[in-house]
Design a protein around this ligand. Structure first.
Ligand code: UD1
Length: 430
């Protein structure tokens, strides 16, 4: 089994470029099913989740070609054969559920097992189904699978009880080819929603209001092919900025849209970290000396992103004073606390709150990544810690970060991926 070995303590310095957004690429790939013409997507990162989505699309009959060097994906869904992707693919990644809207729109039918993904909560799909049902889709559960049918979707007025990112995406992709107009209220406003709408509009869709809580979609009869470039990954950017800061170094992170990072940048400045927005889509961030603890609450965009909560917790664990993190988006997103505690962090979890008492220095330890962003938090903590950390099950990181260890090495980090553990590192854990 692969492991990551991290010798902590080196301040990271240098420049690093952010890849295209995973969470924008996945819904855009799913939405490519809506056209029978070829679609070219640029800036797609070479990640496990992207490969899983490509396999899902291929299983449905689409042709998918990916050039990881050019980060370009060609998708042609001229003919769609199936409506049921293999359950083992759908269970690997929650985002595979994003093919539901396109399949109902294009084929009038879909059969999906319940989606998997990071173990960060119950993550139901009721809002997806409720929205699509309002447009005329019918759903039933058969042998643990959700079966959906629609004899021509029609526009509807839909109010989401919660601004779910995935539900907003599924409803948009179902509505673009529906008869009539759909008005989606209390929609998610994340930048990835805007990117999906821009992509679809470049294919001839008529979507307005994306990025606000009220989205209007006028149905069209067909969508044409397109060439489109996805936005930079704001979560990867945030993780890299935090890597520079937590190690007491200074990094310049390139290819960022700083508007998308406002909630993180504001919190970082509150801690006393040095953060400067440079020209040409770059941000410089660093620190010298211990930072101040702050409180933090995760919220739907433009609030603080839940996908950066674990990484920010790693920073808080080393700050001066006590900070309280309130997680409001997912009900079980503190699994990284165990690993951080092994490294000497002082954290108490009480329901949706984590109370983090900063310590002057974390120490290396054997730990286990339990999910994608939790794994990133352990890696950041390990970079700042004294001594050696061995991170087991680092494959969670490959789902969302492209060659992260190599890019951190470029900044001076002592991090290494090994396939078996050297004798002296074997430990019973803590
Ligand atoms: C997306 C992101 C994920 C991010 C999350 C919140 C992708 C591929 N993933 O996930 O990285 O952490 O947004 O920013 O883009 N919920 C329901 N019913 C539903 C749908 C959601 O109760 O039908 C709940 C979920 O359980 C969760 C909350 O709503 O507690 C947020 O989920 P949602 O916004 O849908 O996140 P995802 O689209 O799954």
């Amino acid at each position: 089994m692969d492991k990551l070995l991290v010798q902590g303590g080196a301040p990271l310095r240098g420049r690093v470029k952010v890849n295209g957004s995973k969470n924008a690429s996945l819904p855009i790939m799913a939405a490519a099913l809506l056209s029978s013409e070829p679609v070219i997507i640029e800036g797609v990162p070479d990640l496990m989740d992207v490969q899983t989505m490509a396999a899902v699309l291929q299983a449905l009959g689409a042709s998918v070609r990916f050039d990881p060097i050019k980060e370009t994906m060609h998708i042609s869904a001229e003919v769609l054969r199936g409506v049921e992707p293999p359950p083992q693919l759908v269970q690997q990644m929650r985002a595979s559920f994003l093919i539901l809207g396109p399949l109902l729109a294009r084929r009038g039918k879909a059969r999906l097992s319940l989606p998997g993904g990071c173990a960060i909560g119950i993550r139901p799909v009721d809002l997806h189904l409720k929205g699509l049902a309002a447009m005329g889709a019918r759903f039933s559960m058969v042998n643990g699978c959700i079966e959906g049918e629609a004899d021509g979707l029609k526009g509807a007025r839909i109010y989401l009880d919660y601004p779910s990112v995935g539900a907003t995406e599924n409803i948009i992709t179902a509505a673009v080819l529906a008869r009539g107009t759909t008005i989606l209220e209390n929609a998610a406003t994340e930048p990835e929603i805007v990117d999906l709408a821009n992509f679809l509009n470049s294919m001839g869709a008529l979507i307005s209001g994306a990025g606000t809580t009220s989205i209007r979609i006028e149905g069209v009869s067909r969508l044409k092919g397109t060439r489109y470039k996805v936005i930079p990954d704001r979560i990867e950017a945030g993780t890299l900025l935090l890597a520079g800061i937590i190690t007491g170094g200074e990094v310049v992170v390139e290819n960022v849209l700083s508007d998308h990072l406002k909630p993180l940048l504001a919190k970082l400045r509150e801690t006393g970290a040095e953060v400067e927005e440079l020209e040409q889509s770059a941000i410089r961030a660093g620190s010298s000396g211990r930072l101040r603890a702050v409180d933090l609450k995760t919220l739907p965009y433009p609030g603080f992103p839940t996908d950066l909560q674990p990484q920010f917790m790693a920073l808080l664990a080393t700050c001066q004073g006590t900070g309280v993190i309130t997680e409001t988006v997912f009900e079980n997103r503190f699994r990284h606390v165990e690993g951080l505690s092994c490294m000497g962090a002082q954290i108490q979890v009480d329901g949706h709150h984590a109370i983090v008492h900063g310590v002057p220095r974390l120490t290396g330890a054997p730990v286990r990544a339990t999910d994608l962003r939790g794994g990133a938090a352990l890696l950041l903590a390990a970079l700042a810690a004294r001594g050696l950390t061995v991170i087991a099950e680092p494959y969670h990181l490959w789902r969302g970060y492209y060659r992260l260890e190599e890019r951190l090495q470029g900044l001076g980090a002592q991090v290494q991926r090994v396939s078996s553990e050297p004798e002296q590192l074997i430990s019973t854990g803590c």
